[in-house]
Write a protein that binds this ligand. Sequence first.
Ligand SMILES: [Ca+2]
Ligand SMILES: [Ca+2]
Ligand SMILES: [Ca+2]
Ligand SMILES: [Ca+2]
Length: 453
Amino acid sequence: MLENKTSTARFVGMERSPLIPLSVALLLASVLLPAGCGQPKEKRSVKSSQPRPSYTQYTTESGKAEDLDRFSPMPVGAPVGKDPWIAHVRAVDLDQDGLMDVIFCEAKHNQINWLRQTAPGTFEEITIAEDMNAPVHVEAADMDQDGDLDVIVSSMSMVFPNNDRIGIIYILENLDNRNFENHLIIENIERVTDARAADFDGDGQMDLAVGQFGYDQGSVSWMHRTGPWTFERKVLLDLSGTVNVGVADFDHNGKLDMVALVSQQWEEIHIFLNVGQPDYYTRVIWGSTNEDYSLSGMSLADINQDGFMDILFSNGDGFGPNPEPGPKPWHGVQYLENQKSGRFLFRRLGDLGGAYSPIAADIDQDGDIDVVAPAAFNDWNDPESISLAWFRNDGHQKFERRVLAYKPIYLITLDVADMDGDGGKPWLITGGFHSHPPFRDESRITLWQPTGE
Ligand SMILES: [Ca+2]
Ligand SMILES: [Ca+2]
Ligand SMILES: [Ca+2]
Ligand SMILES: [Ca+2]
């Protein structure tokens, strides 16, 4: 506890750095774009009249207790090859044949790939779209209401390297659970990091929630469905740096709300409460006083199982002021507990250098919700740096960090699913993103099978 209090004090009391923190989106930008494509702007005083929510004490210790045998890792799909860039994995039974599959983005090769489970434990890798312009996020939903699952792709693009407005959204229409037709939904917008399907206006048609990191400019928007493959974009927030968006009915008014994790120099979480037809009430529900907090990933889960959706997020982007990415003492995993009254309470789960993409699941099947997070930018020159950890819930939302793995390294994306469909302990799915040295212990897609079942 003492150690955590120390690190709390370090980041809360830290002077704002004049240097600009970067996130995964900027990481991609820095790799994909030549230098000189614009300097990030000075921090604007957006919502500055609102008080910053105060921190609560960290509730956990981040020891080095190990559970290295809890999961058995196995690579699946194509060979690792040279320095893969797996930007996002999503577990979904894409062909709805009862066998769970995985879809993922290969941002270096501009592909959307499908690991189709053809028989229990056997996977066939199929490229369902190429030339996807640095895809970084993929989701599945039935966009045209014909009963099959289509695929939504968020692309940051590398086509016009000096232009900010190079983001693209594609939807891959599922034709026959084997072939997909590419529909370009929107282009020439700020770089897109996350697009998800939801029916915001309740007309029975799927709309989109969209987060755009951009660079100098970015935004959060929803896109109203206007035709079979056409949408009208409605901007809710004009701010750069959004890494993820999430959709849930946070206030239980029967309408879907949105939330956005805004990184770069803002380091804030914005909520968009749907109070109308829809009409959004927007506000900041949390922000770090540390401009280098390095928000890196967000997912939604009802962690305390009170029926109200909570917001799980990580800070661990390694692209701080140094050219070499690496961990910071304040990196870790936390959530905002939905207090039902429109208020959210910050709760720290624990520390994890280079943390990304946290996901909630009952890992040990003891009835409470645990959290798993991979590490992308830990200190990989140290073989004892953690690459995958879980935060074990003691049943009262006190969490103990336990080490699942030290390799493979550079794990930037994670999903959780019952891959063998037996209703037992959840499996993990990770993706490796190897843009920086050391180029060791590389992985592409890894399935982590729970042991002891
Ligand atoms: Ca399947
Ligand atoms: Ca469909
Ligand atoms: Ca809750
Ligand atoms: Ca549990």
